[in-house]
Design a protein around this ligand. Structure first.
Ligand SMILES: [Fe+2]
Length: 278
């Protein structure tokens, strides 16, 4: 079955799971034929082996640049996609709740390569990436991205709330529409829009490179938030007014929202030839 068929019929995908926050192990595969290899994808994988050094590390600026250079040039075809796939054609989905699907190209302890498929109007709610560096490459479609960084305030560590349940002050880093092809965005563990949300304007495919991946058992679970205008809450932690206050929002942690559920589909694109990291 081709990936086109899988994408055309995501609702009947063979592997259903709560995706994005996965801990799936590597699957055993038979060696791919030369025709099934994508050199840009293989190059990305080899660079990831070199760049992601494990928990508690952040890639150096040179390494970030190296990965961005590869990702900026990646095309949908490099992971087996095409804008001609039925999934990416405009269609009416009135009465249908658009559901996000995801597929894992590769995952190991140090990093993961995934693709998220968003039908038009689908959302990935505001969520964080604890201790992770994330590269986001929009391969196809048009998406609205909103991204925040938590604000570190004096007399606090990297979290600015006194109690976990109290809303945290955050600075708006991005709030706009991105259309493929566009350059890669990088989110760092504490900056660069570490907490973000997506809303698809047209059907989208987003390639995510995360290092290290989410892992609940290692304390890197995903938390979800709702954003509240700065002036709507009475906290006096930081006093801002006028234009400045428009840049600041409160992020309140919420229960895992229903829209965060994703459907896992099997990756059917070009395969990676696994190598041992040096
Ligand atoms: Fe994310």
């Amino acid at each position: 079955m081709t990936i086109e068929v899988r994408l055309a019929d995501m609702s009947k995908s063979i592997r259903k799971k709560k995706c994005c926050r996965k801990t799936s192990s590597k699957r055993k595969r038979s060696p791919p034929s030369p025709a099934a290899i994508s050199f840009p994808l293989q190059r990305l994988y080899i660079s990831c082996l070199d760049v992601f050094k494990g928990v508690g590390t952040v890639p150096s600026p040179t390494d970030v640049q190296k990965l961005c250079h590869i990702l900026d040039r990646m095309m949908p075809e490099d992971v087996g996609l095409s804008r001609n796939l039925q999934f990416f054609k405009p269609r009416s989905n009135v009465g249908v709740t658009p559901k996000v699907a995801c597929t894992t190209i590769y995952q190991c302890e140090e990093f993961s390569l995934s693709i998220f498929f968003l039908p038009a109007n689908a959302v990935i709610p505001l969520h964080n990436h604890p201790g992770m560096t994330v590269f986001v490459k929009l391969l196809l479609g048009k998406v609205h991205i909103k991204a925040y960084d938590l604000v570190s305030t004096e007399n606090s560590d990297d979290s600015n709330s006194i109690l976990p349940s109290q809303p945290k002050l955050a600075s708006l880093k991005a709030n706009g529409v991105f259309t493929a092809p566009c350059d890669t965005s990088v989110l760092y563990p504490t900056s660069g829009g570490n907490i973000h949300a997506f809303k698809a304007i047209t059907p989208c495919a987003i390639l995510d490179v995360m290092g290290p991946p989410y892992s609940k058992k290692d304390g890197r679970d995903c938390s979800y938030y709702r954003d509240i205008p700065y002036t709507a809450l009475p906290y006096e932690r930081a006093v801002m007014s006028g234009e400045e206050s428009e840049r600041y929002w409160w992020l309140e942690e919420i229960e895992v929202p229903k829209e965060s559920e994703m459907e896992g589909i099997e990756y059917m694109g070009p395969q990676i030839i696994e190598m041992s990291s040096s």
